[in-house]
Write a protein that binds this ligand. Structure first.
Ligand code: OSB
Ligand code: MG
Length: 372
């Protein structure tokens, strides 16, 4: 495989409803799409999951754009790679951080390699499932009543897990209300996106009696030691998201006891090679994993679906269908859900969906063509 050209495009895509987490709110996504062209003329698309502001990680769409243009694309353009599994190490050499920017290129090369092999990406990376269990991630709502309403609707729609975003002041009372309204069997969890410290241990201990599947990333985005302290005091499993930026950090989590579940987001860990390594390590360490989401368009979603088809993705992921986010997605067919399951596309080589390039052209606000 030799990538001769990478086209960067920024598109704007309005969310059906604003998505609020403890560290910020988004109304309209600014999405960075990549179109990779191989020397043979084959084309595959990928997506950079960096957000509009640095409230989830230090990266944003603007830092990713710069990093891809200046340092990451030049590392791969015009060079022969025998396998996409070797790209990550090449990008790690003397380029620190910028995981989401690296991942966008690296994942595109996995997609392109699958296409060139004539294989569906899910199978190319070792995925075994034909459909994946789907959860919903509910942003912070205006009131507990609104939260109950949304969560009930999601369970009725078939979602197999409801993740509720929390922050100080919108936590114990809100989750308690949801638990009472939805019953003991409802598969609920909470995600704090770093909104607490160890000084809040009483609040987190109060959540411990509410039968949550897990509590996601309550403490600082780069913390492992304090999460270990907290996990000792809770019976509910902690799930780490932001803190797991590489295989090493996953190993540290297990060594320290900082959590018992990992939310894998390929963008956060620098791409599919690290995701696969974390998946395999977690499998032997008996750590269940699930696929997180970053409000991706249908392009990024294709990679999430492929990743979630791997065997140790035993918990429902944040991989909702297109219609949960967008009036119209940019892929054909759009992603749909049936009884809480999303089909893994297996009939077509590559990422498995067509990209609506005319629609993309109509919502593109900037473009950069990078060549070998
Ligand atoms: O913490 O998982 C998170 C979205 C943006 C930033 C962080 C997170 C999220 C989500 C969205 O929870 C999940 C989805 O894509 O549906
Ligand atoms: Mg999270």
């Amino acid at each position: 495989m030799r990538v001769e050209q990478i086209t960067l495009r920024e598109i704007r895509l309005a969310l059906k409803e604003p998505f609020r987490i403890s560290s910020g709110e988004v109304f309209e996504r600014r999405i960075l799409l990549l179109e990779l062209r191989d020397a043979s003329g084959a084309i595959e698309w990928s997506e950079c999951v960096a957000g509009e502001t640095p409230n989830y990680s230090s990266e944003t769409i603007d830092t990713a754009w710069l990093a891809i243009e200046q340092w990451i694309a030049p590392r791969v353009l015009g060079r022969d790679f025998v396998h996409p599994g070797t790209v990550h190490a090449e990008l790690e050499r003397d380029i620190r951080g910028h995981n989401m920017a690296k991942a966008a290129v690296e994942m595109g090369m996995w997609g392109l390699a699958a296409l060139l092999e004539g294989e569906a990406l899910a199978r190319f990376i070792g995925g075994t499932r034909t459909s994946i269990a789907t959860g919903i991630s509910l942003g912070i709502q205006a009131s507990p009543e609104m939260l109950i309403d949304k969560a009930r609707g999601a369970l009725e729609a078939g979602y197999r897990k409801v993740k509720i975003k929390i922050e100080p002041g919108r936590d114990v009372a809100w989750i308690t209300a949801a638990r009472r309204a939805l019953g003991d069997d409802a598969h609920l969890m909470a995600d704090a996106n770093n909104a607490y410290t160890l000084a809040d241990v009483d609040i987190l201990a109060a959540l411990d009696s509410l039968g949550l599947m897990m509590i996601e990333q309550p403490l600082a985005h780069d913390d492992l030691v304090r999460h270990a302290e907290l996990q000792k005091r809770l019976k509910t499993p902690l799930c780490l998201d932001e803190s797991i930026t590489s295989l090493d950090r996953a190993q540290d989590m297990v060594a320290l006891g900082s959590g018992r579940i990992i939310n894998i987001k390929a963008g956060r860990v620098g791409g599919l090679t690290q995701s696969l390594a974390i998946h395999d390590f977690c499998e032997v360490s008996q750590i269940p994993v699930w696929c997180g989401g970053m409000l991706e368009s249908g392009v990024g979603r294709a990679y999430n679906v492929a990743l979630a088809s791997l065997p140790n993705f035993t918990l429902p992921g944040d991989v909702s269908p297109s219609a949960r986010y967008w009036a119209h997605d940019i892929v054909d067919p759009e992603w749909t859900m049936d009884r809480g399951m999303v089909q893994v596309p297996l009939d077509k080589p590559g990422i498995g969906v067509d990209v609506d390039s005319e629609r993309i052209a109509s919502i593109t606000v900037r473009t950069s063509v990078l060549r070998a």
